[in-house]
Design a protein around this ligand. Structure first.
Ligand SMILES: NC(=O)c1ccc[n+]([C@@H]2O[C@H](COP(=O)([O-])OP(=O)(O)OC[C@H]3O[C@@H](n4cnc5c(N)ncnc54)[C@H](OP(=O)(O)O)[C@@H]3O)[C@@H](O)[C@H]2O)c1
Length: 273
């Protein structure tokens, strides 16, 4: 029987998810479709009712609904309850089960490169929804500690509290102090939206070396200023599209219970850049 999927959010026009999933359906000859569906803030409940009426098989959730969607779930995977946000839902005859694939999506490119997070020192820029999934992943992999920098200090404090609850040693740092201590970090992650509009990197990367891992989760443009500056230091670079692909392949596998065609999905994504 034909299956249908969607990504909900607002804005949704520029979402790359319909392309990525449609490429997988084509590759595996699956009779499935995937659309972008704009649901404005404040209209989530009605939007979900509509999706249930058309018997949608599953959907992804993006900004601004990842947290609010939690209250419409009937069941929750551990990934979702730990992080407190949902990005993937399975609809089983009206019963909605939530998952969060951002954490595994974030970890996947590190694992692919055999980068060990255990005992590493991590610097995280940002304290929004994505940063929360990243902290859960870093805690799961037992990093030595994490320093968090964010424009709004209360959010950084909340996130470091969350990290400590997960057993991860965490501190909040001021952005001004970072460049003088940057050589202390093994992994540096940008989980802010800085770069989306071609803004300059908030850190200079003086003092990092070719063993430092620099991971930008912003995926458009692919080569943010953050990435470009780190490349000049020959750092190990991880691009935002890799996390995007990681969370999409994981969602695919939850819905279809077969291995995702990674290369076909990657090709569709990189063709879009
Ligand atoms: N690659 C992937 O798969 C993936 C997955 C999820 C998200 N993302 C990307 O990650 C970014 C963050 O997503 P999110 O869901 O965490 O969003 P969010 O919850 O809205 O958080 C945004 C973060 O960016 C910071 N920020 C925004 N504008 C800033 C500015 N001008 N100067 C300094 N800090 C600024 C915010 O700081 P304040 O707390 O001070 O507002 C906050 O830390 C987005 O660009 C998104 O596209 C990528």
């Amino acid at each position: 029987m034909a299956k249908s999927f969607a990504v909900i959010g607002d804005p949704i026009d520029h979402s790359l998810s319909p392309n990525i999933h449609s490429a997988a359906f084509r590759e595996l000859n699956l009779d499935s479709s995937y659309i972008g569906y704009r649901i404005p803030k404040g209209e989530l409940e009605g939007g979900i009712e509509g999706l249930k009426k058309i018997k949608i098989n599953g959907f992804n959730i993006t900004i601004p609904h990842k947290i609010e969607m939690m209250k419409y779930l009937d069941k929750m995977d551990e990934s979702c309850s730990i992080i407190g946000a949902v990005n993937t839902v399975v609809n089983n005859e009206g019963v909605l089960k939530g998952y969060n694939t951002d954490m595994d999506g974030f970890l996947e490119p590190l694992k692919k490169r055999n980068i060990t997070i255990q005992n590493s020192k991590v610097l995280l820029l940002g304290a929004g929804g994505a940063a929360r999934a990243i902290v859960a992943g870093i805690a799961k992999e037992k990093a030595a500690n994490i320093d968090i920098v964010n424009r709004t200090i209360e959010k950084a404090n909340n996130l470091s509290e969350f990290a400590r609850k997960l057993g991860l040693s965490a501190k909040v740092k001021k952005i001004e102090s970072i460049d003088t201590t940057i050589e202390d970090y093994d992994i540096i992650i940008n989980a802010t939206s800085i770069g989306l509009k071609d803004e300059p990197s908030p850190i200079s990367f003086e003092g990092i070396n070719e063993k430092t891992v620099v991971y930008d989760i912003v995926y458009t443009p692919m080569n943010t200023d953050f990435i470009k500056k780190a490349k000049l230091k020959n750092a190990i670079i991880i691009y935002g599209y890799e996390m995007l692909l990681g969370q999409a392949t994981r969602a695919f596998e939850i819905w279809h219970e077969i291995k995702a065609p990674y290369n076909a999905m990657k090709k569709s994504l990189l063709g879009g850049f």
